[in-house]
Design a binder for this molecule. Structure first.
Ligand code: NAD
Length: 496
């Protein structure tokens, strides 16, 4: 299999491929540390240029006056283009992030589906006729905001990029995308597809670069009318504060410490597979990772023993190998952080049931591998149960009854997702309604549909993405009143 990657030395700014004027960004292959590319990142001047071009393009009647079904045609072409280039996109993303090729292919197809869904939603989106309180026609309509921005993290770039770019364009805006410096390459593939699809120049730019320079400029620039951010909670809070200053809407998809719950009446094979997939797929580098596991005490020992044995059979390996289930972590620095979490858990009295170390052997020596790790013996208030690790590390805890379980599950600053395994549907329903998380999976985990809204509660974020209303979050609502009487207002009687 060809595992090389083309050196990319330009970024897509305002409809042109140009050398970025910011600091260089190096992308390395996490499986062996080899260099993928050095990319000249965007500078503040590049951001300003992209904004200026975005403003011109967003207000150009050629775009502004396109009817929704005409705009949708371009989005369908982008969807087709991503599907057509899915092999290349997934290859680049695997080189850039170390994710398995199976996963990056699924992410590329998900991005293609996102553009297709948003095109269909756009074509069928309706303005609303509102009940009139007089001889008026009253309507609520939705209009583009202008120039908008998406800021994304490194863990699933093409999918999270599409979740921002597709609804932003569907809504009729220009959108500037800032990917993470740890995964700068795949957004350039998206730019090629967008260009090939014939999106008017200036409506889309990709601005890889430092968060403190490129990201900050996007958030604080007066012409940017909305920012959709996916990333860590502290960065999200900082963005929200700056957005408050200019009264700009933001949507924030942030971190998580999601509870997974296994009741004694669950199908234990289904639960075991689901728990492992929930926390160890993507090598745990997932905002929704089910990283706190609550097991009903009567089956605790049996289930945990089964889970540990199955976890030890997971195949840790090279991202281009089809059999690999757990690939390397993104960077040495990130692995060091994951290791520090595990060492803290050990120091706090946690017992490592499996993992807790790098895999041994020459095949792993140059990559940022880490073994799937299960830790017990810590309570829900421990640092391991509070902090987002963003790696393949699971804390397991017993629970005694439903009240105890709900209390422990909700006693966390995050509220992104949760999972329940049980064969008792009324109980699953009851618990699902009591859990304070944006998504609850029952007898499954990490399943997604672009048609279903996604977002978190508490420190996990603000606002919802996806779903039909996902487009409206990128639009300004306007109310229209039209008098049908054609008679002068009675208030002015006698004055005319
Ligand atoms: P991060 O917050 O460090 O960075 C995210 C993005 O923000 C990057 O593009 C970064 O360059 C940019 N950024 C950094 N500082 C900025 C600033 N001051 N102003 C503007 N932009 C700035 O997060 P990360 O390490 O890239 O990603 C991991 C985090 O993302 C985890 O906490 C994870 O839970 C979260 N995440 C959440 C979701 C979700 O949908 N809720 C999905 C994926 C990842």
């Amino acid at each position: 299999m060809d595992q090389t990657i083309t050196t990319q030395d330009k970024i897509y700014i305002g409809g042109e491929w140009r050398r970025g004027r910011g600091a260089d960004i190096a992308s390395h292959f996490p499986a062996d540390g080899s260099l993928n590319a050095v990319l000249p990142g965007a500078s503040q001047e590049d951001v300003d240029l992209a904004i200026e071009r975005g403003q011109d393009a967003a207000h150009d009647p050629k775009w502004r006056k396109l009817l929704p079904h005409e705009r949708a045609t371009i989005l369908y072409r982008i969807s087709d283009g991503i599907a057509r280039h899915a092999d290349r996109i997934s290859h680049v993303q695997t080189r850039d992030t170390g994710k398995t090729l199976t996963e990056t292919r699924a992410l590329a197809m998900s991005a293609s589906g996102t553009f297709r869904y948003m095109a269909a939603a756009l074509e069928t989106m309706e303005d609303t006729l509102t009940p009139s309180r007089g001889n008026y026609l009253t309507m609520s309509v939705y209009e583009p905001l202008g120039v908008t921005a998406g800021i994304t993290p490194w863990n699933s770039p093409i999918a999270s990029d599409a979740q921002k770019v597709a609804p932003a364009l569907a809504a009729g805006n220009a959108v500037l995308l800032k990917p993470s410096s740890w995964s700068p390459l795949v957004c350039l593939e998206l730019a090629r597809v967008v260009e090939e699809a014939g999106l008017p120049a200036g409506l889309f730019s990709t601005l890889p670069g430092a968060g403190a320079i490129v990201g900050d400029r996007l958030v604080t620039h007066p012409a940017i009318r909305k920012v959709s951010f996916t990333g860590g909670t502290e960065t999200g809070r900082d963005i929200a504060r700056k957005a408050a200053d200019k009264l700009m809407p933001v949507s924030l998809e942030l971190g998580g410490k999601s509870p997974t719950i296994v009741f004694a009446d669950a199908d234990l094979d289904v639960a075991c597979a689901g728990v492992m997939f929930g926390v160890f797929s993507s090598t745990g580098q997932s905002c929704i990772a089910g990283s706190r596991l609550f097991v009903e005490r009567s089956i605790y020992d049996t289930f945990v023993a089964k889970l540990v044995a199955a976890t030890e059979r997971l195949r840790v390996g090279h991202p281009f190998e089809a059999a690999t289930q757990v690939a390397p972590l993104i960077r040495p620095k990130h692995r060091a952080e994951v290791e520090a979490h595990v060492e803290r858990a050990r120091a706090d009295g946690g017992k490592i049931l499996t993992g807790g170390e790098r895999p041994a052997g020459a095949a792993y020596a140059d990559g940022t591998y880490y073994r799937p790790t299960i830790i017990e013996g810590l309570d829900n208030a421990s640092r391991l149960c509070r902090d987002e690790v963003f790696g393949p590390v699971l804390a397991v805890l017993p629970f005694d009854n439903e009240d105890d379980l709900i209390c422990q599950s909700n006693d966390n600053s995050y509220g992104l997702a949760s999972g329940i395994y049980t064969s008792d549907f009324p109980k699953a329903w009851r618990v699902a309604r009591a859990l304070d998380t944006g998504t609850v999976w029952i007898n499954t985990y990490k399943q997604f549909s672009i048609a279903t809204p996604f977002g978190g509660t508490k420190d996990s974020g603000l606002g919802r993405e996806k779903g039909r209303d996902g487009i409206r979050a990128w639009m300004a609502q306007k109310s229209l009143y039209c008098d049908l009487s054609q008679a002068p207002h009675p208030w002015a009687k006698g004055a005319l």
